[in-house]
Design a protein around this ligand. Structure first.
Ligand code: FE
Length: 252
Protein backbone atom coordinates (compact mmCIF):
# COMPACT_ATOMS: atom_id res chain seq x y z
CA UNK A 1 0.00 0.00 0.00
CA UNK A 2 2.84 2.32 0.83
CA UNK A 3 4.41 1.59 -2.57
CA UNK A 4 1.13 2.25 -4.38
CA UNK A 5 0.84 5.64 -2.68
CA UNK A 6 4.41 6.51 -3.65
CA UNK A 7 3.80 5.42 -7.26
CA UNK A 8 0.68 7.56 -7.51
CA UNK A 9 2.61 10.55 -6.14
CA UNK A 10 5.37 10.06 -8.72
CA UNK A 11 2.83 9.81 -11.58
CA UNK A 12 1.14 12.99 -10.41
CA UNK A 13 4.49 14.84 -10.31
CA UNK A 14 5.41 13.66 -13.84
CA UNK A 15 2.02 14.71 -15.17
CA UNK A 16 2.44 18.13 -13.58
CA UNK A 17 5.86 18.63 -15.19
CA UNK A 18 4.46 17.70 -18.58
CA UNK A 19 1.73 20.32 -18.15
CA UNK A 20 4.33 22.96 -17.15
CA UNK A 21 6.44 22.14 -20.23
CA UNK A 22 3.51 22.75 -22.60
CA UNK A 23 3.72 26.62 -22.63
CA UNK A 24 7.34 26.52 -23.87
CA UNK A 25 6.44 25.73 -27.49
CA UNK A 26 3.66 28.29 -27.29
CA UNK A 27 6.16 31.00 -26.32
CA UNK A 28 8.47 30.16 -29.20
CA UNK A 29 5.49 30.21 -31.53
CA UNK A 30 4.70 33.73 -30.30
CA UNK A 31 8.30 34.73 -30.80
CA UNK A 32 8.22 33.32 -34.36
CA UNK A 33 4.97 35.10 -35.02
CA UNK A 34 6.42 38.38 -33.80
CA UNK A 35 9.54 37.83 -35.86
CA UNK A 36 7.50 37.28 -39.01
CA UNK A 37 5.30 40.29 -38.35
CA UNK A 38 8.21 42.70 -38.08
CA UNK A 39 9.40 42.22 -41.65
CA UNK A 40 5.83 42.31 -42.81
CA UNK A 41 5.33 45.58 -41.02
CA UNK A 42 8.58 46.90 -42.50
CA UNK A 43 7.64 45.82 -46.00
CA UNK A 44 4.38 47.63 -45.63
CA UNK A 45 6.09 50.96 -45.15
CA UNK A 46 6.94 51.61 -48.81
CA UNK A 47 3.58 50.37 -49.99
CA UNK A 48 1.73 52.24 -47.30
CA UNK A 49 3.43 55.50 -48.13
CA UNK A 50 1.56 56.22 -51.34
CA UNK A 51 -1.68 54.86 -49.87
CA UNK A 52 -1.33 56.88 -46.71
CA UNK A 53 -0.79 60.12 -48.63
CA UNK A 54 -4.26 60.29 -50.07
CA UNK A 55 -6.50 58.81 -47.39
CA UNK A 56 -4.79 60.10 -44.23
CA UNK A 57 -3.46 63.44 -45.34
CA UNK A 58 -6.47 64.77 -47.15
CA UNK A 59 -8.96 64.66 -44.30
CA UNK A 60 -6.61 65.44 -41.40
CA UNK A 61 -4.18 68.07 -42.61
CA UNK A 62 -3.07 69.47 -45.90
CA UNK A 63 0.59 69.38 -44.88
CA UNK A 64 1.24 66.10 -46.68
CA UNK A 65 0.07 67.56 -49.98
CA UNK A 66 3.10 69.84 -49.98
CA UNK A 67 5.73 67.07 -49.93
CA UNK A 68 3.96 65.30 -52.78
CA UNK A 69 4.15 68.41 -54.94
CA UNK A 70 7.75 69.09 -53.88
CA UNK A 71 8.90 65.58 -54.80
CA UNK A 72 7.50 65.61 -58.32
CA UNK A 73 9.48 68.49 -59.89
CA UNK A 74 12.88 67.57 -58.49
CA UNK A 75 13.52 64.39 -60.52
CA UNK A 76 12.50 66.05 -63.77
CA UNK A 77 14.35 69.33 -63.35
CA UNK A 78 17.69 68.18 -61.95
CA UNK A 79 18.80 65.89 -64.86
CA UNK A 80 18.01 68.56 -67.43
CA UNK A 81 19.98 71.14 -65.48
CA UNK A 82 22.96 68.81 -65.08
CA UNK A 83 23.02 67.86 -68.77
CA UNK A 84 23.05 71.47 -69.86
CA UNK A 85 25.70 72.31 -67.30
CA UNK A 86 28.01 69.51 -68.34
CA UNK A 87 27.74 69.75 -72.08
CA UNK A 88 27.47 73.55 -72.36
CA UNK A 89 25.80 73.00 -75.70
CA UNK A 90 22.25 73.20 -76.89
CA UNK A 91 22.30 70.23 -79.23
CA UNK A 92 18.81 69.65 -80.57
CA UNK A 93 19.77 66.60 -82.60
CA UNK A 94 18.80 68.36 -85.83
CA UNK A 95 21.51 67.96 -88.48
CA UNK A 96 23.43 71.09 -89.43
CA UNK A 97 22.13 72.25 -92.82
CA UNK A 98 24.32 71.66 -95.84
CA UNK A 99 25.45 74.70 -97.78
CA UNK A 100 27.03 74.92 -101.27
CA UNK A 101 30.65 73.80 -101.61
CA UNK A 102 31.42 76.41 -104.26
CA UNK A 103 34.18 76.15 -106.86
CA UNK A 104 37.22 76.80 -104.66
CA UNK A 105 37.71 73.68 -102.53
CA UNK A 106 41.20 72.24 -102.54
CA UNK A 107 41.82 68.78 -101.02
CA UNK A 108 44.93 67.67 -99.15
CA UNK A 109 45.18 70.79 -97.02
CA UNK A 110 47.83 71.05 -94.30
CA UNK A 111 46.85 69.94 -90.81
CA UNK A 112 46.57 73.10 -88.73
CA UNK A 113 44.01 74.74 -86.48
CA UNK A 114 45.45 78.24 -86.90
CA UNK A 115 45.15 79.82 -90.35
CA UNK A 116 46.63 83.17 -89.33
CA UNK A 117 49.90 84.03 -91.04
CA UNK A 118 52.15 87.06 -90.93
CA UNK A 119 50.98 90.15 -92.80
CA UNK A 120 47.57 88.58 -93.25
CA UNK A 121 45.63 91.48 -91.76
CA UNK A 122 41.98 91.18 -90.97
CA UNK A 123 40.24 90.73 -87.63
CA UNK A 124 41.24 87.58 -85.75
CA UNK A 125 38.50 85.32 -84.43
CA UNK A 126 38.50 81.98 -82.69
CA UNK A 127 35.70 79.48 -83.30
CA UNK A 128 35.28 76.44 -81.06
CA UNK A 129 32.68 73.72 -80.93
CA UNK A 130 31.97 70.03 -81.24
CA UNK A 131 31.19 67.54 -83.96
CA UNK A 132 28.16 65.61 -82.78
CA UNK A 133 25.86 62.89 -83.99
CA UNK A 134 22.13 63.43 -84.25
CA UNK A 135 21.99 61.75 -80.83
CA UNK A 136 24.18 64.61 -79.58
CA UNK A 137 27.11 62.27 -78.97
CA UNK A 138 30.61 63.55 -79.78
CA UNK A 139 32.44 62.20 -82.83
CA UNK A 140 36.14 61.82 -82.10
CA UNK A 141 38.64 61.83 -84.94
CA UNK A 142 36.40 63.58 -87.48
CA UNK A 143 38.39 65.58 -90.04
CA UNK A 144 37.20 69.19 -90.12
CA UNK A 145 38.53 70.95 -93.23
CA UNK A 146 38.16 74.75 -93.41
CA UNK A 147 38.80 77.11 -96.31
CA UNK A 148 37.96 80.77 -96.79
CA UNK A 149 39.07 84.04 -98.40
CA UNK A 150 41.52 86.43 -96.86
CA UNK A 151 40.44 89.83 -95.57
CA UNK A 152 40.45 91.15 -99.12
CA UNK A 153 37.95 88.53 -100.25
CA UNK A 154 40.45 86.49 -102.29
CA UNK A 155 40.98 82.73 -102.31
CA UNK A 156 44.39 81.15 -102.70
CA UNK A 157 43.71 78.64 -105.47
CA UNK A 158 47.38 77.81 -105.97
CA UNK A 159 48.66 77.16 -102.45
CA UNK A 160 46.99 76.57 -99.09
CA UNK A 161 46.70 80.06 -97.63
CA UNK A 162 43.58 80.26 -95.45
CA UNK A 163 43.09 76.52 -95.73
CA UNK A 164 43.66 73.79 -93.17
CA UNK A 165 42.20 70.66 -91.66
CA UNK A 166 42.19 69.30 -88.12
CA UNK A 167 40.76 66.32 -86.26
CA UNK A 168 38.17 66.53 -83.51
CA UNK A 169 39.47 65.39 -80.12
CA UNK A 170 38.05 62.64 -77.92
CA UNK A 171 35.15 64.92 -76.96
CA UNK A 172 34.45 65.80 -80.58
CA UNK A 173 35.91 69.27 -80.06
CA UNK A 174 37.63 71.43 -82.63
CA UNK A 175 39.09 74.94 -82.52
CA UNK A 176 39.77 77.25 -85.44
CA UNK A 177 41.85 80.41 -85.21
CA UNK A 178 41.41 82.57 -88.29
CA UNK A 179 40.25 85.98 -89.44
CA UNK A 180 36.89 87.30 -90.50
CA UNK A 181 36.80 86.56 -94.24
CA UNK A 182 36.43 89.39 -96.72
CA UNK A 183 33.57 89.88 -99.10
CA UNK A 184 33.77 88.97 -102.75
CA UNK A 185 31.25 89.77 -105.45
CA UNK A 186 27.96 87.99 -105.07
CA UNK A 187 28.62 86.53 -101.63
CA UNK A 188 28.26 87.53 -98.04
CA UNK A 189 31.40 86.73 -96.00
CA UNK A 190 31.57 83.04 -95.08
CA UNK A 191 33.87 80.20 -94.03
CA UNK A 192 33.60 76.94 -95.94
CA UNK A 193 33.92 73.64 -94.12
CA UNK A 194 33.83 69.96 -94.93
CA UNK A 195 33.53 67.30 -92.26
CA UNK A 196 34.67 63.74 -92.85
CA UNK A 197 34.00 60.75 -90.62
CA UNK A 198 37.00 58.95 -89.05
CA UNK A 199 36.69 56.29 -91.77
CA UNK A 200 37.00 59.00 -94.44
CA UNK A 201 33.38 59.22 -95.50
CA UNK A 202 32.11 62.73 -96.13
CA UNK A 203 29.54 63.75 -93.53
CA UNK A 204 28.77 67.36 -94.28
CA UNK A 205 29.67 70.28 -96.57
CA UNK A 206 28.47 73.63 -95.32
CA UNK A 207 29.48 77.22 -94.54
CA UNK A 208 29.65 79.34 -91.41
CA UNK A 209 28.57 82.96 -91.19
CA UNK A 210 29.67 85.69 -88.81
CA UNK A 211 27.10 87.68 -86.84
CA UNK A 212 27.21 91.40 -87.49
CA UNK A 213 29.11 90.76 -90.73
CA UNK A 214 27.54 88.05 -92.87
CA UNK A 215 23.93 88.59 -91.87
CA UNK A 216 24.02 92.28 -92.84
CA UNK A 217 25.02 91.68 -96.41
CA UNK A 218 22.68 90.35 -99.10
CA UNK A 219 23.93 87.02 -100.43
CA UNK A 220 23.45 86.90 -104.18
CA UNK A 221 23.95 83.11 -104.41
CA UNK A 222 21.61 82.46 -101.54
CA UNK A 223 23.98 80.47 -99.36
CA UNK A 224 23.43 82.52 -96.26
CA UNK A 225 21.03 81.18 -93.66
CA UNK A 226 20.62 82.42 -90.10
CA UNK A 227 20.96 78.92 -88.59
CA UNK A 228 24.54 78.78 -89.89
CA UNK A 229 25.58 81.88 -87.97
CA UNK A 230 28.22 81.18 -85.34
CA UNK A 231 27.34 82.20 -81.81
CA UNK A 232 29.37 85.09 -80.45
CA UNK A 233 30.62 84.55 -76.90
CA UNK A 234 32.39 86.89 -74.48
CA UNK A 235 35.98 87.52 -75.49
CA UNK A 236 38.54 85.15 -74.01
CA UNK A 237 42.33 85.48 -73.88
CA UNK A 238 42.10 88.57 -76.04
CA UNK A 239 40.30 86.64 -78.77
CA UNK A 240 36.94 87.45 -80.26
CA UNK A 241 35.40 84.14 -79.29
CA UNK A 242 32.68 82.31 -81.22
CA UNK A 243 31.06 78.88 -81.08
CA UNK A 244 29.38 76.49 -83.46
CA UNK A 245 28.51 72.79 -83.05
CA UNK A 246 28.18 70.61 -86.12
CA UNK A 247 25.49 67.94 -85.90
CA UNK A 248 25.95 65.34 -88.61
CA UNK A 249 23.92 62.35 -89.66
CA UNK A 250 25.86 59.09 -89.46
CA UNK A 251 24.76 55.71 -90.70
CA UNK A 252 25.55 54.08 -87.36
FE1 FE B 1 33.17 80.86 -100.99
Amino acid sequence: MKYLTTLLFVLLVVAGCARDAAPAPTETAVAIAEATEEPLAASKDPTQAPDSISPTSEPTDGAQATPVEAVMPSPTTSPVASIQGESKTQCSGLPTPANPEGPFYTPNTPERANLIEEDLGGEPIRITGQVLTTKCEPIAGAMVDFWQTDAAGEYDNVGYRMRGHQFSDENGRYQLETIIPGEYPGRTPHIHVKIFAPDGGELLTTQLYIPGVSDQTPDGIGGFRPDLLVQELPSADGWRQMAFDFVVATDG
